[in-house]
Design a protein around this ligand. Structure first.
Ligand SMILES: [Zn+2]
Length: 354
C-alpha cells in the first residue's frame, strides 16, 4: 500500500500589518537574507520590509525581480544570494515560485510573502517554470514547502478586488478536484496517497469560500479587512494551496491548462479560468446539484459562468472540437477524473458552457 504523504509549510503567519513582522520571522531562521520583489511591489511595501529586517538586525541584499520565473533569473538571483542564509520573495506567483527555486538551489530556507491572494502557489513546494520569452516550460518540484508563509491581509485587501475573486475561483476547484483524485486513487503532488487530513483541508476550503466569499468581497471593495476577509485569504492562500498539493488536480485545471494553450488572451486570470473549469468538471460528472448551488455564488462575486466569460467568444463547433483535443492531450489532468472521459464528452460539456 502506498504511504500517505502530507507536506505543509513549517509556519503560516497571516494578519493586518504582518509584513512589519517579517524581520522577526526571518531572524528565527537566520540572520542574513536575499530579498526580492518586482519594482511595483518594492514601491508598495519595500520600506516596511527593510525597516522590519533592520529592526531585527537581519542583514539583507535587496534585488529587483525581473518578472519571470525562468532559468536566467533563477541563476542571477542565486549568484546574488550565494552568501546569504535565507531567501525572501515578496509579490505574486512568479516571484514566489522563483524564490522557491533560488532557495532550494542554495539549500537555504525560504520565506514566501504573497501580496495578492489570486492563486494558491504561495504555500506549495511546486513552481511553474517559463522560458525567458514567457513560454510555459514545466513544473519544478522541491523537497520542502516554504519555511514561512507570511501574508499581510491589509496589503491583500488593498489590491484590486478581481484578484481576490480569481483566488476564490482557484479555491473552489480544490474540493471538487480532491474528491475526484481521491475517488480515482491517484498519488498527490508529494508522491503519496491522499490523507484524510488533506481531504478535510480541501472540504474546509470549499465551505469557507461559500460561506464568507460574498462578505469578503464587499469588505475588500472598500479596502477593509474583517473576519470574512481573513477567512477567505486563509482559504485562498493556505487551504487551497495545501489542499491541491496534497490531493491533486483534475477537470477544472485541465480546462485552465487547455485554454491557456488555446487562447492568446492574457487578460484572464488563472483562477477565473479554473472557476469555469469547476463548472466544466461538474458537467462531466453530471453533478447538477453542485452546479445549482455554485451558480448564484459565481454570479454574485463575478466569476465566469460561460466560455465568453474567459475570453472565448463565438466558439464554433469546430473551435470546441479543437479545444477538446487540447483538454484530452497526453498528460492532461482530465485523466484524474475517476471515470473514462471521451473526446465527445468534453465537447458536450464545453457546448453547455457557451
Ligand atoms: Zn490553480
Amino acid at each position: 500500500m502506498t504511504d500517505r504523504i502530507l507536506g505543509l509549510p513549517a509556519k503560516y503567519i497571516q494578519g493586518q500589518g504582518a509584513l512589519d513582522r517579517i524581520g522577526e520571522a526571518a531572524l528565527q531562521l537566520d540572520n542574513s537574507a536575499l530579498v526580492f520583489a518586482d519594482g511595483f511591489v518594492r514601491d508598495l511595501v519595500g520600506a516596511r520590509v527593510t525597516q522590519s529586517l533592520e529592526a531585527a538586525k537581519v542583514t539583507y541584499q535587496w534585488e529587483d525581480f525581473n518578472g519571470e520565473c525562468c532559468r536566467s533569473e533563477i541563476d542571477r538571483l542565486k549568484a546574488k544570494g550565494k552568501n546569504m542564509n535565507l531567501v525572501i520573495a515578496i509579490g505574486g506567483g512568479k516571484a514566489l515560485d522563483t524564490g522557491k527555486a533560488v532557495a532550494a538551489e542554495l539549500s537555504v530556507p525560504f520565506i514566501s510573502a504573497p501580496t495578492i491572494a489570486s492563486t494558491d502557489g504561495a504555500v506549495s513546494s511546486i513552481a511553474v517554470e517559463y522560458s525567458d520569452d514567457h513560454t510555459h516550460i514545466g513544473v519544478m518540484r522541491f523537497n520542502c514547502s516554504p519555511a514561512v508563509v507570511l501574508v499581510d491581509t491589509q496589503v491583500v485587501a488593498n489590491a484590486p478586488v478581481r484578484l481576490l475573486v480569481a483566488g476564490m475561483g482557484d479555491s473552489l476547484s480544490t474540493w471538487f478536484e480532491a474528491r475526484a483524485c481521491h475517488a480515482k486513487g491517484i498519488n498527490n503532488f508529494r508522491g503519496g496517497a491522499i490523507s484524510d487530513i488533506a481531504m478535510n483541508l480541501a472540504r474546509s476550503c470549499h465551505e469557507t469560500i461559500m460561506h464568507y466569499g460574498r462578505d469578503a468581497l464587499c469588505a475588500v471593495e472598500k479596502n477593509l479587512v474583517n473576519e470574512a476577509v481573513e477567512r477567505v485569504v486563509e482559504a485562498n492562500v493556505f487551504l487551497s494551496g495545501v489542499g491541491f498539493e496534497n490531493t491533486g488536480v483534475a477537470g477544472a485545471h485541465a480546462l485552465d491548462a487547455a485554454v491557456s494553450r488555446y487562447s492568446s488572451d492574457h487578460s484572464i486570470y488563472h483562477g477565473e479560468r479554473v472557476a469555469l473549469g469547476v463548472l466544466f468538471q461538474l458537467k462531466l460528472e453530471g453533478d447538477t446539484d453542485a452546479i445549482r448551488k455554485l451558480l448564484p455564488f459565481f454570479k454574485d462575486v463575478g466569476l465566469p459562468i460561460n466560455l465568453q466569460g474567459i475570453g472565448l467568444k463565438d466558439m464554433s463547433a469546430e473551435d470546441l472540437q479543437d479545444l477538446a483535443t487540447i483538454v484530452m492531450r497526453d498528460g492532461s489532468p482530465i485523466r484524474n477524473l475517476p471515470f473514462h472521459v471521451k473526446h465527445d464528452d468534453v465537447v458536450h460539456a464545453l457546448s453547455q458552457l457557451l
